[in-house]
Design a protein around this ligand. Structure first.
Ligand SMILES: [Ca+2]
Ligand SMILES: [Ca+2]
Length: 235
């Protein structure tokens, strides 16, 4: 089973040849001390271990003293750079099998969300397995993308016929197929629209389980803050 890949740049770009300015200053002080006092005054030796003297590695990076300088190991810290000083960029792309998913926190109604995915060569995501559901949930929570949003549109909808849910490729959601409906959903609530609710979201307040909601394009104004998830062919 191919593994889900959350692409991150784990590379630490530490430069072992870098010799910090502090080291050069210390070297200069050593020479000056030797030249001027010739050992007559008892000056404590200055440590040549940058790791214990300067603590140069930031954000939990591990420092290794080398003969010439030091080296920071930034792996696993979420930071990169010579001193692990730069936050590691988070890529907004994730893949599974032959699909690449893109989680968008730009809010819009369902039809417009779908149009944006299609214009970029994909469609709204088809969450057809627990593996995909878990992948998206993990990614969203790991990157805090859900903050400030009600949830994320996915492709499932019953716009063409009430109660008959289909994915964007026309595949019908049948009994026994994977689904992740939140409790009491879908309920086709008609409180705000006589057409009810025909579009599916991953609902933040229900652990990103699904609910049907007003698609927004025929309701006067979609007051919900809904991002969306696109899916693209990655093979
Ligand atoms: Ca409906
Ligand atoms: Ca509902």
């Amino acid at each position: 089973m191919p593994k889900a890949v959350l692409s991150r740049n784990k590379q630490c770009t530490c430069d072992p040849c870098r010799r910090p300015l502090a080291m050069m200053i210390v070297t200069g002080l050593d020479s000056l001390r030797d030249a001027m006092i010739g050992g007559l005054v008892n000056i404590p030796p200055i440590s040549d271990d940058e790791c214990t003297r300067d603590f140069p590695c930031k954000n939990g990076g591990e420092c290794e003293d080398t003969p010439d300088a030091y080296k920071c190991d930034c792996s696993g810290t979420g930071y990169i750079g010579v001193d692990c000083e730069t936050a590691e960029p988070v890529e907004d792309v994730l893949t599974l099998n032959c699909s690449r998913y893109e989680v968008n926190n730009i809010t819009t109604h369902w039809r417009n969300a779908r149009r944006r995915c299609v214009n970029n060569g994909g469609d709204l995501a088809m969450v057809t397995s627990q593996e995909i559901q878990n992948l998206l949930k993990t990614y969203i929570y790991d990157n805090n993308i859900q903050v400030g949003l009600k949830g994320f549109w996915i492709g499932l909808n019953d716009r063409s016929r009430e109660g008959v849910y289909r994915w964007p490729d026309g595949t019908r959601l049948r009994s026994g197929d994977f689904s992740s409906w939140a409790r009491s959903q879908p309920n086709n609530n008609r409180r705000r629209s006589y057409r009810g609710q025909d579009c599916t979201l991953m609902w933040r307040s229900k652990g990103l389980n699904w609910a049907d909601d007003y698609c927004g394009d025929y309701y006067p104004r979609n007051r919900n803050s809904l991002g969306y998830i696109c899916e693209f062919n990655a093979c």
